[in-house]
Write a protein that binds this ligand. Structure first.
Ligand code: ATP
Length: 306
């Protein structure tokens, strides 16, 4: 059972004030792009996790756990529990999504494991677990997991886990610049809080950008480029100042939109056409500001059995 699962880029990431439970209220416009991890689940004597870089990808898999800390293993255990079976499965993860890159690679693998294990263990004809159930189980593992099950483009509120699909038209063309070494998501949120405190500014209550939703619905790439926003970007740039050079290089080379993806350090650039994206990727690669430059398009479906 092999499942293909996409990376995400946040087209809008609005971060509200910190809540009593330590989380932030978010407005999150998720967009799934054609950069995929593959997760294969096969029956085994006990739960095993194997991780490798996908062919042709230069993903550094060193930081990915192969024990119960792997989000895919946690996902497998939750599905087994719900179906009342033992989690006797070997999970083979082939990663093309950068690790700790702000593209939700771990959450993607968890989503893929949910779908793969449900296929493996659930009743074929009368499944106990629906896709909605898998999204609900996934929410316990992290707020990006339900979206990786759903895919497409969707608006998330709360901690980001309550999702509404967004109307989009056509395909958008992206170039991603990965960086050496990841950024820890909690550290980036912490820096965001620190910068806000230092500036003496209360965090505004985030709301979905109308301009963004209109650009998506009409397939207006330029409008989308203008509307991209990420409240975590100042924090990511503060922790990793070199990213500013990457963003500036992409803009100088003609990107119609540029931002740090999620908590970074991957930077995302929007191009108007597939040809423009190819040109931009080649030019950006030549500048040496990125560890690796990858092209992708979106939206694409969520975790899918192949
Ligand atoms: P997000 O965009 O959701 O903040 P990210 O893309 O920045 O996430 P991930 O690649 O999901 O970050 O990984 C963050 C950390 O999670 C890794 O450093 C690793 O320790 C841990 N992790 C657990 N399971 C996985 C997995 N299957 N793949 C990658 N990392 C995993």
């Amino acid at each position: 059972m092999t499942v293909r699962v996409p990376a995400k880029v946040n087209l809008q990431l609005g971060v509200g004030p910190i809540r009593d439970d330590g989380y932030h209220d978010l407005v999150n416009v998720f967009h799934a792009v054609s950069l995929f991890d593959m997760v294969t689940a096969e029956p085994a004597r006990e739960l095993e996790v194997h991780v490798q870089a996908a062919p042709y990808s230069r993903v550094a898999i060193g930081g990915v756990p192969t024990d119960d800390d792997n989000l895919a293993a946690k996902a497998a255990r939750l599905v087994a529990e719900r179906l009342g079976v033992e989690p006797r499965v070997a999970l083979r993860i082939r990663k093309a999504i950068p690790v700790a890159g702000g593209m939700a690679g771990g959450s993607a693998d968890a989503a893929a494991a949910l779908v793969a294990c449900a296929r493996l263990w659930d009743d074929r004809d009368r499944p106990v677990l629906s896709r909605d159930d898998l999204m609900e189980i996934g929410a316990d593992l992290g707020s990006d997991v339900p979206f990786a099950v759903l895919g497409g483009t969707a608006v998330g509120v709360g901690r980001g886990e309550r999702l509404t699909p967004a109307l989009t038209r056509g395909t958008f063309h992206w170039v991603f610049a990965t960086a050496d070494g990841g950024l820890s998501t909690p550290a980036v949120y912490g820096e965001c809080d620190r910068l806000r405190l230092e500036a003496g500014r209360a965090a505004p209550w985030p709301s979905v950008s109308e301009q963004l939703m209109t650009a998506l619905a009409t397939g207006d790439a330029k409008g989308l480029g203008d509307a991209l926003s990420n409240d975590l970007q100042p924090a990511a740039l503060s922790l990793r100042p070199a990213l500013r050079r990457t963003i500036d290089a992409g803009r100088d080379l003609g990107a119609i939109g540029a931002l740090v993806s999620g908590s970074g350090p991957t930077c995302a650039f929007l191009a108007e056409t597939a040809e423009d994206a190819a040109d931009l990727a080649a030019a950006l690669d030549g500048t040496g500001v990125a560890e690796q430059v990858v092209r992708a398009s979106g939206p694409v479906p969520g975790a899918t059995v192949v």
